[in-house]
Design a protein around this ligand. Structure first.
Ligand SMILES: CNc1nc2c(CCNCC3CCCC3)c3nc(N)[nH]c(=O)c3cc2[nH]1
Length: 369
């Protein structure tokens, strides 16, 4: 179980298969985000049709509503959502950080106020693992702290040391053998703190490792430098998961640096806002130009929207505030990212990833200044 086998390599980019209890997946992969047990507006059948493999859900949100007991009563997330999985759940650490003022962090854990009704909620390494075991995901995440950006070096260092102590508590408490717990490397944008987090985290030899603490407002250069440094020092025989990333160019760059797994709300969120991803950049479907365009969003895309609808029809739906619009743009954007990583995997297998990535980027950024 959780066997990770590299099948091809091109520079630091690699393709691999990863065995989970609910299916063997191909990496590099993009994982759609289904915060509340649904990828907003997209059905499980549609997710499968567009090539989704692992879907994410969130401990924080599902703990608050409907509660882990109800999900467990369905046999876990697959029974609850009708998506067969595999599933990955985040530990709630990030969401608590992003709640800002509404939380208090101690060595024991974090107390925060529910964003739903203001009630006091408590998360700790043990409670996070307990909830994730009840939710029944195939991959669960260590309860960590993702420091805010910017943050003092001293804070980042103290935080990463606590995150390692929390990791040990997660592993001590964990009782299910059919779930892989991934540890999370922190350290902000400081190479020496990244190294300290690596030195303390690697000995736990978890089935996979995540690069955390990034995509929180630091510049792209700082993010890529931290990803470059960390990914190169994670074991090559285990999956590397870059949390919360990202835009198409971030996936292409991350794969070049040896990252295998990505998640981000971007494709679905920007789709709901009326933006469509293409190889020529992002298209604003809210503007006037698409209204008279009888072509598809992307002639090279095979998704339902691109096979059935013109840009003009979708622009009409947006202006009419019809719910099919955000659904179809989200579906297309997810398919775009799945196709992007499918093409990346093909380029890796042909050992021409660098050439493919440069060619993709030249076209993608041609329209942008
Ligand atoms: C967007 N940027 C970003 N996201 C991060 C996330 C969240 C990743 N996405 C999770 C899904 C979103 C809702 C359902 C699960 C991070 N998560 C953790 N635990 N630790 C990070 O350092 C961490 C760091 C992150 N940076």
């Amino acid at each position: 179980m959780f066997d990770f086998q590299i099948t091809a390599q091109s520079g630091r980019a690699r393709t691999a298969t990863f065995v989970t209890p609910r299916g063997t997946v191909q990496t590099p992969m993009f994982m759609p985000v289904g915060t509340q047990g649904t990828v907003k507006g997209i059905s499980p059948q549609e997710l499968t049709d567009i090539g989704s493999q692992i879907v994410l859900a969130n401990t924080y949100h599902l703990l608050l509503r409907p509660g882990p007991e109800l999900v467990a009563a369905h046999g876990g997330l697959p029974g609850f959502t009708a998506y067969p999985g595999p599933f990955l759940t985040d530990s709630g650490g990030f969401q608590v950080m992003s709640l800002g003022h509404m939380r208090r962090i101690t060595e024991e854990g974090v107390t925060f106020k529910s964003h739903l009704d203001g009630s006091s909620v408590y998360l700790s390494p043990e409670r996070s693992v307990e909830v994730q075991q009840a939710l029944g995901a195939d991959i669960i995440m260590a309860f960590d702290e993702c420091p805010p950006y910017p943050a003092e070096r001293e804070y980042i260092q103290a935080s990463l040391e606590r995150t390692v102590r929390w990791l040990e508590r997660c592993l001590t408490f964990k009782s299910r053998e059919d779930q892989a717990l991934f540890s999370i490397v922190q350290g902000g944008v400081h190479a020496d703190l990244r190294q300290q987090s690596l030195d303390a985290t690697l000995p736990f030899a978890t089935p996979g490792f995540a690069i955390g603490g990034l995509a929180v407002g630091e510049g792209k250069t700082e993010m890529y430098e931290a990803v470059d440094y960390t990914a190169a020092r994670l074991p090559s025989g285990k999956p590397r998961y870059l949390m919360g990333v990202g835009h198409p160019e971030d996936l292409v760059a991350g794969i070049a640096l040896g990252v295998d797994m990505f998640d981000c709300v971007y494709p679905t969120r920007t789709g709901r806002f009326g933006y469509a991803l293409t190889d020529d950049g992002r298209v604003n479907m809210n503007s006037s130009a698409p209204r008279s365009d009888l072509g598809p969003i992307d002639p090279e895309c095979d998704c339902y929207a691109c096979r059935h609808y013109t840009r003009a029809y979708l622009a009409h739906l947006i202006r009419a505030e019809e719910m099919l619009a955000p659904r179809m743009l989200s579906l297309h954007n997810l398919r775009y990212l799945h196709r992007l990583v499918e093409r990346a995997r093909a380029a890796i297998r042909e050992d021409r990833y660098a050439e493919w990535a440069i060619c993709w980027a030249e076209r993608y950024f041609k329209g942008k200044n």
